[in-house]
Design a protein around this ligand. Sequence first.
Ligand SMILES: [Zn+2]
Ligand SMILES: [Zn+2]
Ligand SMILES: [Zn+2]
Length: 129
Amino acid sequence: MRTAAAKRQTGVRPSETPAGGCKTLRCAFCRGTGRDPYRVLSQVSDCPVCKGHKTVEVKTSVVACRYCKGTGRQRHTRLTCSGCGGVGVIPLPGATTGCPQCGGGGREPEADLPCSLCRGAGLVAKKTA
Ligand SMILES: [Zn+2]
Ligand SMILES: [Zn+2]
Ligand SMILES: [Zn+2]
């Protein structure tokens, strides 16, 4: 049996974010413009992810969303990524280990959906015995 996900390394690597503290990240969905790139939700053109603030705050360590490759966008749609909610990163405090379900690819093995176990991070919190 071959596992394609484990074989192929994508360009996005989990960021080594120091634990603790608030961090402000540039909004991935609008690329820091504060505008809804597609204006699908309403006439108001504020980005639905950052609400026009151009940045998003994260409270814990985060890892890049593998499912959308950190873009915050759902593939083939104009919607925000259902894995990370459009932020491009997924909160994952503490020690992490590769997701056993998707093999680190962040994708459901049988469907084009974010992995239900890691939500697209490709990593899961390491269980401490
Ligand atoms: Zn935004
Ligand atoms: Zn995502
Ligand atoms: Zn997974």
